[in-house]
Ligand binder design. Sequence first.
Ligand code: CA
Ligand code: CA
Ligand code: CA
Length: 223
Amino acid sequence: MKIRHTATALTAGLLATGPLATARADTLLYQEDFETARLSSNWSTNSRISSDSAFSYFNGRYSGQYSTLTLTAPPPPEGSGEPGSSFNEFTLSFDLYIIDSWDGDDPNAGIDRFLVELNGASIFDQTFANQHEYQSYRRPDVGPTYLGFNSAFKDSIYRNVSVTFAPGSLNPLALTFRDTCRQGMSDESWGLDNIRLTYRTVPAPGSLALASLAGLLARRRRA
Ligand SMILES: [Ca+2]
Ligand SMILES: [Ca+2]
Ligand SMILES: [Ca+2]
């Protein structure tokens, strides 16, 4: 399994291959903002919806718990799995609500981690804090400030958390979101919102070189 935690390297790689490759659009496999206040059967039955004026409707809250999204994967490209062949690369993005007194890297009240697993294998594992700044992930887009739920503790919103992975022949895809918090729902919890899962076929290096060459020749003919 190949994993990247941001789409930056992927985008840079495609830009380097020329206009034919950059025209290749991502295909949307799943998206959900939870505003209907209902969860589809793709979500594990323990999943739930909460709402709050600062957060809208979202999948949560959880504390020391998980929620799993199961989706049927599109068929891998022909010849996928052989060395140097084309493969499907997926990008998962979501907003993460880190609610109340998360303690990040503090070994006494933590360590408070948020994880994403693909069919049991970790593809995202970071610490988060609202009590201080000792955490592995970047600082939030909103907060830490008093947003909702326990009024004694600050909260944070992280927009567009992104994980890129290549699952090979795995099917279905089971994405589990979970935490390692131990202090209970009223102390530290989390939720998910605005989830998107897209994929694109990454061409084999040989065909990529041919595509770039074809683009170059086409531009020369037009010149
Ligand atoms: Ca929402
Ligand atoms: Ca805490
Ligand atoms: Ca804690």
